[in-house]
Write a protein that binds this ligand. Sequence first.
Ligand code: PLP
Length: 395
Amino acid sequence: MGKMQEYIDEAEAALLHTYNRYPVVFDHGEGVHLYDIEGKKYLDFVSGIGVFALGYGVKEYNDALKAQVDKLLHTSNYYYNVPAIEAAKALKKISGMDRVFFTNSGAEAVEGAIKTARKYAFLKDGRTDHQIIAMEHSFHGRTFGALSVTGTQKYRDPFEPMIGNIRFAELNDIESVKKQVNDKTCAILLETLQGEGGIRPAEEAFLKELRALCDEKDILLMLDEIQCGMGRTGEYFAWQRYGVKPDVMTSAKALGCGVPVGAFLMTEKVGSASLVAGDHGTTYGGNPLGGAAICEVLREFEEKKIPQNAAKVGSYLYEKLEEVKAAHADIIDHRGLGLMQGLEFDHPVAEIINKALEKGLVLINAGSNIVRFLPPLVITEEHVDEMLKVLKECL
Ligand SMILES: *Cc1c(COP(=O)(O)O)cnc(C)c1O
């Protein structure tokens, strides 16, 4: 029995079985390639689900983290630290938002956004029965608040009751949203481009109508940019392409490029009338290591023009996947923006993904019938061609 299988067996004996894992143990990465512990090379079109935007083995990034490790890893949020201050300033600059709260994960950022919305509304009218509208097919994470606003019933059902007062509407159907609005509505939450739920972009007209509706009724528009943000669609945040600015937004995944960090951000209007000292906290969030990671990620994003590369290579990928779709009758749709795209098939795609893995290409699904393309944002057109060659062999 190979060493790889031994590790897999040990993993299955020790870890809680909450994932159906692919039969590979990765060891290291270089650029847009991963290597397993037996030395086999893989082209990575998943980037750890949209995390490793800069690719693997980036010296400046690794050096920045090592320097911070040697200096100071952690203080408490009861004290200030320079990396977190610099990270917050840099995030404000790219987002145009005014206030930042750092977390350790995406779900934790969503929790913070939900608490912000409830507190904002509570301070306005003193009520404790506010409602949040979320979208069908959405995904916001696995903790209770985040799960409660996740629009896939099978993820929620075994864990009922949820936090309550959540209503679901259809993405890109403004009437379905308006039907759910009443005087208790405090926020509308959505992914600007849905990820796990099937790579479904919110349409520009829908976002603009939501913005107008929220302005009219003083409801907070909250955009989850955890997967679609950080350059992936060609802008730092996907909403920037439409000019529809949220009141609250979340970020994580590529924000740390491998260091577990997240954030929720808000405008001054919300920041000055919601959470205050004692309302919210976290031990690790915004610690010096996380701050150093975010600073270096954002520095490299600017220096290497990462969002611009995602736009350029993303439109090449779009063109090529259109050709693939045209050539295969079982592909029923192709959706996405920038380097976040999906091909929807009329059958499950597990076999395609397994075949690709055998051939040294890492792909992932989104739902059972969609192959998702989520490569590191530093890929080139040549890598896209390389990926397509393998993909076509697998179809
Ligand atoms: C991954 C994801 C989350 C949850 O992030 P975690 O870091 O896994 O908690 C939330 N929202 C969206 C859109 C995501 O893609």
